[in-house]
Design a protein around this ligand. Structure first.
Ligand SMILES: [Zn+2]
Length: 244
């Protein structure tokens, strides 16, 4: 995962613009823009757009499909169903988004500064969970989120990781599900903590001047919420050329 010497794609105007266009399309339409649409918007050759998308994916700012020519995720947005639907609460706002996981679903609210409803099901009892959340509205306190694997493994297969970061109706149900399906694996965290983390983690994703956050910044966001120890230790991962 080390990317020493690779330029940070958000250090160039082209990289920032392409990333923002992708995020804006998700925000506006709930879907990923196609490579052809991005090429048209940027007036750049498709080959060049594809290469830049690859750089953004290497920097963990996008996730591409296997063939590398379409966008699978642009956190907190996802291009196809992953267990969560995010619906704005504002009257007349008919947008909908696929939440990539519990964390990303709160992240969509944070990135858009929007009150939403997050719909999912408890993996243990299959109860429908319809969760109000917003920039100033935490989710109900009885809900929890289970993280399936430690932070160093998140990006080994990030789609699988996100797909498995699920919300449970109670800590008891998360513990019983874990005992049945993955004994001793993962961590269970209050949904309020995950919501609070998402507020800082994702708040600036639609800023035109967004720059890829450093590992140290993101580690501090976890630490501040008591998410510390080896399980939450982010790997060195992709590096920016200008990392100190
Ligand atoms: Zn349940």
């Amino acid at each position: 995962m080390e990317q020493h010497g690779r330029p940070d794609p958000t250090s160039s105007a082209e990289g920032r613009r392409l990333r923002l266009l992708a995020l804006e399309a998700f925000a506006r339409e709930g879907r990923a823009p196609t490579l052809a649409e991005l090429a048209r918007s940027t007036a750049a050759p498709p080959g060049q757009v594809r290469e830049l998308l690859g750089d953004l994916a290497d920097a963990h700012l996008l996730v591409l499909d296997g063939a590398g020519d379409s966008i699978r995720m642009a956190h907190p947005f996802a291009a196809s169903p992953m267990g969560f639907v995010v619906t704005p609460l504002g009257e007349g706002d008919d947008r909908r988004w696929w939440g990539g996981c519990a964390w990303d679903s709160f992240g969509i609210s944070a990135a858009l500064g929007l009150d939403v409803r997050v719909d999912t099901t408890c993996p243990h009892c299959s109860a429908s969970l319809s969760v109000p959340a917003g920039p100033a509205t935490p989710p109900p306190e009885h809900l929890v989120v289970r993280f399936p694997r430690p932070a160093p493994e998140w990006w080994d297969d990030v789609v699988a990781t996100c797909s498995a970061i699920r919300m449970f109706c109670s800590r008891d149900h998360a513990d019983r599900w874990t005992a049945a399906h993955a004994p001793g694996r993962g961590r269970v965290v209050s949904a309020v903590t995950v919501w609070d983390l998402a507020r800082d983690w994702y708040a600036d994703r639609l800023d035109p001047d967004f720059r890829r956050p450093t590992r140290e910044h993101q580690q501090a966001l976890l630490d501040e919420r008591g998410l510390d120890g080896d399980f939450w230790r982010l790997p060195p991962g992709p590096r920016r050329e200008d990392d100190a």
